[in-house]
Write a protein of this length. Sequence first.
Lengths: 51, 227
Amino acid sequence: MPMHEAIKYVLGAYLVFAVLLVTYGVIMAKHTARARKELASVNNALHKERR
Amino acid sequence: MRSLQYLTLASAAALAAAFALVFAYAPMDADQGLIQKIFYLHVPLAIVTLCGFIAGGLMGIKYLRTGDRRWDVRSYVAIHISIVFAVAVLATGSIWARAAWGHWWVWDEPTLVSFLIIFLLYCCYQPLRFSIEDPERQARYAAVFSVIAGAFVPLNFVAVRLAQAFTHPRVLSATGGNMPGSMRLTFVAAIGAIALLYITLWRIEIASKETSGELRRLRRRLAEAAS
C-alpha cells in the first residue's frame, strides 16, 4: 500500500481512539460540573438551615 | 484527589511515551509497512478490554460474597470502561482490516466474531441493570451477570485459539508473535500505557460515583432534617 494511503488509515485509527477518549472526558467533566453545582446548592441549604 | 491528579499525569505521560516509541522507535513492518502501527493501539486495547471484563466479574464475586455496595460500583465502572474500550477495539480493528485485507469486517474469522459476541453480550449489561428498580436486586443481578459473562471471556479466548484461524495474526504465542526486540518493547510499553489509562479512568469514574452518592445522602439528610 502506498505511504499516502497508509497514513490515512493509521491517522484514522488513532483519531478514533482520541475522539472516544475526548468524548469520555467531556461526559465526565459534565458529571463533575453537575456534582459541583449540587454541592453548592446543598451547601446553601445547609447555611440556611443553620441560620 | 491529589493521587488522581498524579495518576492522570502519569497515564498521559505513559501514552505520550508509548506513541513516541510507536512512531519514532519501532521499525516499519516488512510485510504491512506503516499500517502495522495500528497494531500498537488495537491489540493493547483489546487485551486491556478483556482483562477489564474479567476484573468486573471478579469484583462481582467480591460483591456477592461481602454484600458491600462499593464492589458493585467498582464492577459496574470496570465493565462500563471496558465497553468504551471495546468500541475503540472494533473501530481500530475495522480500519486495520480494511487497510490490510481490503474488508471492513471478515465474518469467517473466529477472533473478530468472538470479540463482537463478547461486546454484544456486555451491551446487555446496562439495560439489564437499569431495568431493575430495587437497588439490592439490581446490584445482585448485575453481579451475577458480570460473573457469568466474565467467565465466558477466557473460555471464549481458549476456544478461539483452538479453532483454525484464517487471517487474524496471533500475538500471544509461544514464539511471541515473532516480534523483534524493539517491536516487543514498544508493544509492552503500549500495553502498560493503555492499562494505566484504564486504571486512571476507572479511578476517576469511581470518585465521581462516590461523590454523587455522598451528595444524594446529604440531600436526603437535609430533607429529613427539614421535615
